[in-house]
Ligand binder design. Structure first.
Ligand code: SF4
Ligand code: SF4
Length: 403
């Protein structure tokens, strides 16, 4: 597609990147067919091709309004469009640039600014979210249903004694996961210990930066990224082989560190190293002998592949292969490629869309009568669990560590 970006924008690295991406789009519209927001709303402006066009117009100097901002806000960043696109358009990078630019031109309402600030402040800081969650869990029986659905019950952790191992890997603790679903990383550390890998959670590492990044708080996101890099660096220098990430949303973000920090002279090389060593848990387990592990009694399982696993990290089918190799019976799922509606902060900021997508996803997941749903991202896990009585877990919880 031909472009005529405003001269002052084209002089910046982000302007040049946007121009390069825009020129790869041939406007064919294949991506529109697989976009969940287009499917629900039926408006070209709420599909990838329409959003690309709106970003192009904005960067070419056309007036941007609150409507432009809304169409970009409604994007779930599920990246189904990137998987579909035959021309390899890096839509997610263009969207980041477009959203940041539009937010500079159009001031959000006070309510929008407050809710976005509140989300970033609460959810990225375990010291705030953990005590709030404990209060919510205590008051669970008297909370209104809509609020109670968002409060997961406290998880019990079986104590274990980790063995020192020659092979060491870092693991991202994250921000929300240690408070809401601590069993995921607890079981992961035990399972990997059984496979001869010692897991290290570096003090000082925390939120991956994804929430701030997707809410256009780019400086805050980069600070989170630099802090994690600084925390991991000494362990990598001492021989840690990889950085394991159990939440695919965080994994997708950490794998982007090199791209986000490529113009930072102090962090570009370090970020590149982190990106190369970042691995989803399924990538680690698929290179180890999982036959040594004990599993829960084989069950009929529905696996929901998060968009951040199948589209952003392009790890489609990997968890399914592991579960089948471990003896689980995976039920057939229609429209596996579609988003469940969790999509980072969308389940809160775009709750109407998010709930429609969740209902559709839960129908597709339960049609073949599974006994349990498993997934690979805390956001999807909690969002789906809020809409069903069936247990929804992280897939690693199906592996039972030796006592
Ligand atoms: S993003 Fe890809 S699939 Fe969508 S219109 Fe552009 S070239 Fe076609
Ligand atoms: S990221 Fe998902 S919601 Fe956004 S335009 Fe692409 S397919 Fe549609």
């Amino acid at each position: 597609m031909q472009t005529r970006l405003v001269e002052s924008i084209l002089k910046t690295p982000r302007g040049q990147e946007a121009d390069r991406i825009l020129r790869t789009c041939v406007h064919c519209g294949f991506c529109t067919a697989t976009c969940p927001t287009y499917q629900l709303l039926g408006d070209e402006l709420d599909g990838p091709r329409g959003r690309i066009y709106q970003i192009k117009m904005a960067l070419e100097g056309a007036e941007v309004t609150h409507h432009t901002q809304q169409h970009l806000d409604r994007c779930l960043t599920c990246l189904n469009c990137e998987t579909t696109c035959p021309s390899g358009v890096q839509y997610h990078r263009l969207l980041d640039i477009g959203r940041e630019y539009v937010d500079q031109q159009v001031q959000r309402t006070a309510t929008e600014r407050f809710s976005r600030w509140l989300l970033r402040t609460l959810l990225t800081r375990p010291r705030i979210i953990t005590p709030l969650l404990r209060i919510g869990q205590f008051l669970l029986p008297v909370l209104p249903t809509a609020l109670a659905q968002k409060v997961p019950p406290k998880q019990r952790l079986t104590p274990y004694q980790p063995q020192s191992q020659a092979r060491k890997m870092l693991m991202l603790a994250g921000c929300v996961q240690p408070a809401m679903t601590p069993r995921t990383n607890h079981v992961t550390a035990q399972v990997l210990n059984q496979l001869g890998i010692e897991v290290i959670e570096a003090p000082g590492a925390g939120c991956c930066g994804a929430l701030s990044h997707h809410l256009s708080a780019t400086d805050e996101a980069r600070d989170f990224m630099r802090r994690n890099i600084d925390a991991w660096q000494p362990h990598l220098d001492q021989g840690a082989e990889a950085i394991i990430i159990t939440a695919s949303g965080c994994g997708a973000m950490v794998k982007e560190y090199a791209s986000v920090l490529k113009d930072d002279p102090h962090y570009a090389a370090k970020a590149q190293r982190v990106t190369e060593l970042a691995k989803d848990l399924s990538e680690i387990l698929s290179t180890n002998d999982i036959k040594r592990l004990t599993v829960e009694n084989p069950k009929r399982i529905a696996f929901h592949p998060p968009c951040t696993l199948q589209h952003a990290q392009q790890l489609n089918g990997q968890v399914e292969s592991l579960l089948e190799a471990a003896g689980f019976d995976l039920v057939k799922i229609n429209d596996k490629h579609l988003c469940c509606g969790s999509a980072g902060s969308c389940s809160v900021l775009q709750s109407n869309l998010a709930n429609q997508l969740r209902d559709r996803k839960l129908h597709d997941l339960q049609v073949d009568q599974p006994e349990m749903i498993v997934t690979a991202n805390i956001g999807c896990q909690l969002h789906l669990q809020a809409g069903t009585e069936l247990p929804v877990k992280h897939w690693i919880e199906l592996f039972v560590p030796d006592a």
